[in-house]
Design a protein around this ligand. Structure first.
Ligand SMILES: CC(C)(COP(=O)(O)OP(=O)(O)OC[C@H]1O[C@@H](n2cnc3c(N)ncnc32)[C@H](O)[C@@H]1OP(=O)(O)O)[C@@H](O)C(=O)NCCC(=O)NCCS
Length: 381
């Protein structure tokens, strides 16, 4: 029986796996995928190349990347019955629920022998990375009464996603910004959805079931939903009135309310992904016009540094992503699905790693119930 002293709520600081996918040192804001700093990958790489790196452990040679990219482009379209299925879902449902329904159903359309078969594993990985954007974009169209837009094989992964949402080819800066946002969200070590993916994968469930489990976990407000909350919160501060921000923050902190987009279990300095996203946002605003909510956000960051910096509470990745996506014309409830479109590559990297040396997850528990109770007949209770 497990001792009480061994129990850690939320498994905080309990290693759940040995992993070489993502290195994170939150005390100094260091984040690396497969040993490559996030700053370098977001500057020099593309989402497709980063997905390859995460899945297969090495940066691809040119021919390997071209072949992987071609596989992704070929796999973008989804089957018509999956589109038909989306048409019968209620348009008021959250896009994360639509995504998890379609991904779970994909198991039925692409049955494979067994995850032990490396060919099946690779095909599933390519299909999932390629199809997440197609499903999210198709749902956005269908819920508004429009027909889904067919994927364009001549566009990169991020640009094609934006194209499938609106029918317009994004200009290069916007396409690159989405590409980098996807790189930044592609992987983040042993968070709740990744753990969920590894647990489901450890039963040798197929990769679609694994992805559906991870999407479900990401959908919760304590995990992927925070970027939506940031925008809702910033809208409660009057626009163009940065001098009100300090009083607003002090009041909220005095009431012991959390400020969305700040703080992180791992980071005690500013999340490096927030720094990169903020810089990108500035270039988008310079080209496409400023957004008043960004001025409120930067003022809030300044005030929070004075108010909570000593506790190590700084902006996390969610603080600037919502402002950026809104400027791109993306509806708020698609922010978390966009997170999933990127993170599917990290989930699959962990699944492949888990399967290399698998043992089914079966933790223990601390028993807090009663034992050996007498069964009392129903009319005597
Ligand atoms: C991310 C988060 C859940 C991390 O939680 P955690 O590591 O368990 O940290 P705790 O909740 O224990 O907070 C530690 C202290 O910092 C404070 N704190 C943490 N995040 C805060 C925030 N966003 N605003 C105000 N105070 C915050 C807590 O009130 C607590 O203060 P106390 O010691 O005086 O009680 C938390 O920072 C949070 O809720 N942030 C807002 C939601 C968010 O942006 N989530 C996305 C994460 S990527």
């Amino acid at each position: 029986m497990t001792e009480h002293s061994a129990y850690q709520p939320g498994l905080a600081n309990v290693p759940a796996a040995e992993s070489s996918v993502c290195y994170l040192d939150g005390s100094i804001g260091k984040l690396q995928y497969r040993g490559y700093p996030i700053e370098v990958l977001s500057d020099k790489s593309t989402f497709e190349e980063v997905a390859y790196l995460l899945l297969f452990g090495q940066l691809p040679q040119r021919a390997q990347l071209e072949s992987f990219d071609a596989e992704l482009r070929r796999a973008r379209p989804i089957k018509f019955p999956l589109i038909d299925m989306m048409k019968v879902l209620p348009e008021t449902g959250h896009p994360m629920a639509a995504l998890s329904s379609v991904v779970a159903a994909m198991s039925m359309f692409y049955p494979g022998d067994h995850v032990a078969d490396p060919k099946f594993r690779r095909e599933c990985a390519v299909r999932l990375v390629a199809n997440f954007p197609t499903v999210v974009a198709a749902w956005q169209r269908i819920r508004n009464g429009d027909e889904p837009i067919r994927a364009r094989a001549d566009l990169g992964h991020a640009a094609n996603f934006l194209y499938m949402l609106s029918g317009e080819e994004p200009e290069p800066l916007v396409a690159r910004t989405m590409d980098v946002a996807m790189i930044l969200h592609a992987e983040h070590q042993m968070n709740a959805s990744t753990f969920s993916a590894r647990v489901t994968g450890s039963s040798l469930a197929d990769p679609f079931a694994v992805a559906a489990a991870a999407v479900g976990t990401l959908s919760g407000p304590l995990h992927g939903g925070a970027n939506e909350e940031v925008l809702k919160m910033l809208r409660t501060i009057p626009d163009k009135q940065p001098h009100l921000v300090r009083a607003w923050a002090e009041d909220r902190l005095a009431r012991k309310e959390k400020i969305s987009g700040f703080g992180h279990r791992e980071y005690k300095v500013k999340d490096p992904r927030a720094t990169i996203l903020q810089k990108l946002s500035q270039s988008v605003f310079e080209k496409h016009g400023a957004t008043p909510i960004y001025d409120i956000a930067t003022e809030l960051e300044r005030q929070m540094a004075e108010l909570t910096g000593n506790k190590g509470i700084y902006p996390n990745v969610d603080f600037y992503s919502g402002i950026l996506y809104e400027k791109m014309g993306i509806p708020t409830d698609l922010f978390t699905p966009i997170f999933a479109i990127a993170r599917i590559s990290g989930w699959l990297a962990h699944l492949l790693e888990q399967l290399q040396n698998n043992r089914i997850f079966r933790p223990s528990q601390v028993w807090t119930g009663k034992a050996d109770r007498e069964f009392v007949a129903i009319d005597r209770r």
